[in-house]
Design a protein around this ligand. Structure first.
Ligand code: NAP
Length: 343
């Protein structure tokens, strides 16, 4: 077989069409994609473009899971037939809204037996931002000692953390990493129907995200009087960013998932980090590679749970519909995935 089916994006429109299957280069593997995850960035790229997408027509899709089909020269950590999950980079050979992708072998995680490939396809983009921002090296991250390294587990007990958007994909993983690091209390904003879910992941207090944002500081103060040194706004709307910034300790650190739009004060010493949650940047590669093998173990041992998933029918034909649901904020607490081979 030399061609596959891909979902092509051009001028804001998706079409299904053929695409050549390439061979992996040195250090790379060819993956037969069993499942691909949908992300908000996909509809943003469709509607507005994105600086990292350089070639059009483009194949997008940021995360996937599948089976290793072919090994490039020098690959030692994977063999043909391994089940892997991975983040992609914005090139047409690597992205996941297609049946085959080529990725660097050292950034693939092995799928543990406790999850399906559909669940595995929904992990990489959600967990990378919190992992990099909390534990990555400066300036990519705040250099907290990771819970998967010696001495890191429970290291930050009695330190509060706030996760804005706890039910988002990024939020569910940020809560779990915060729990493994020992942060307490773990305060998350979410719709009340997600309280049990987020509590099961490690959140200790949920603030109803629909309360007037002006009451946010007061709600946090009801929970803790300890200064909040670390916070993550996973949804990063202007009003959530500002509310989080205002509640931070004088030298607190805050992560945002979209560019910061905070009104800062000239004399304050708070740090805002706009995380770029890709392991493909040269400065993130080493961290990404170590993290992916730690992540396989943490999932296998039940330390990290993957969000609920919904498989959208009709393979790549279902992507556009799924993205409309994400754009309309009509997906709560779960990930949408497609199976490219059902197209
Ligand atoms: N910088 C990076 O590297 C990076 C990487 C991935 C994603 N992102 C960005 O991060 C954002 C989140 O992505 P995602 O995939 O995690 O999204 P997602 O899973 O689709 O987020 C949906 C969730 O957002 C929650 N939500 C919406 N508005 C909220 C608000 N005002 N306050 C609190 N929660 C709210 C909803 O919670 P309830 O159901 O509880 O209402 C819903 O469950 C997106 O803007 C995405 O583009 C950035």
């Amino acid at each position: 077989m030399t061609t596959q089916i891909a979902l092509w994006l051009d001028n804001g429109k998706f079409t299904i069409g053929p695409k050549d299957i390439e061979h992996p280069g040195p250090g790379e593997v060819l993956i037969r994609n069993v499942a691909a995850g949908l992300n908000p960035i996909d509809w943003k790229i469709r509607d507005h473009g994105f600086f990292m997408v350089k070639e059009y027509p483009a194949v997008i899709g940021e995360e996937g899971a599948g089976v290793v089909e072919e090994i490039g020269v020098g690959v030692t950590n994977l063999i043909k037939g391994d089940k892997v999950f991975y983040q992609s980079f914005m090139t047409n050979r690597c992205t996941t809204f297609q049946q085959f992708s080529i990725i660097p072998a050292d950034l693939a995680g092995k799928v543990p037996d406790v999850i399906t490939l559909e669940q595995a396809a929904s992990i990489s983009i959600g967990i990378a931002p919190a992992a990099l921002a909390f534990y990555g090296q400066r300036p990519q991250g705040f250099e907290y000692l990771p819970p998967w390294e010696d001495g890191g587990k429970d290291k930050y007990s009695r330190q509060p953390i706030i996760i804005m958007g706890g039910a988002s994909s990024l939020g569910q993983y940020a809560i779990q990493l915060a729990r493994l690091s020992g942060f307490s209390p773990i305060i998350a904003t979410a719709s009340p129907h997600n309280t049990d879910l987020l509590t099961s992941l490690g959140a200790t207090h949920i603030i109803d995200r629909k309360l007037p944002i002006a009451t946010f500081q007061e709600e946090v103060r009801k929970i803790t009087s300890t200064p909040v040194e670390l916070a993550f706004d996973t949804v990063s709307y202007p009003e959530t960013q500002q509310a989080l910034y205002d509640v931070l300790a004088p030298e607190g650190k805050m992560v945002v998932s979209t560019p910061p739009v905070v009104a800062t004060k000239a004399d304050d010493k708070k740090t805002i980090l706009f995380v770029n949650g890709t392991f493909f940047l040269p400065e993130n590669k080493k961290f990404g590679s170590r993290f992916m093998s730690a992540l396989t173990r943490m999932i296998a041992e039940g330390e990290i749970k993957t969000p609920a998933i919904e498989v959208i029918p009709n393979g790549l034909n279902g992507v556009a519909l799924g993205l409309e649901r994400l754009k309309n904020n009509a997906v709560s607490g779960k990930k949408l995935v497609v199976r490219p081979w059902e197209t």
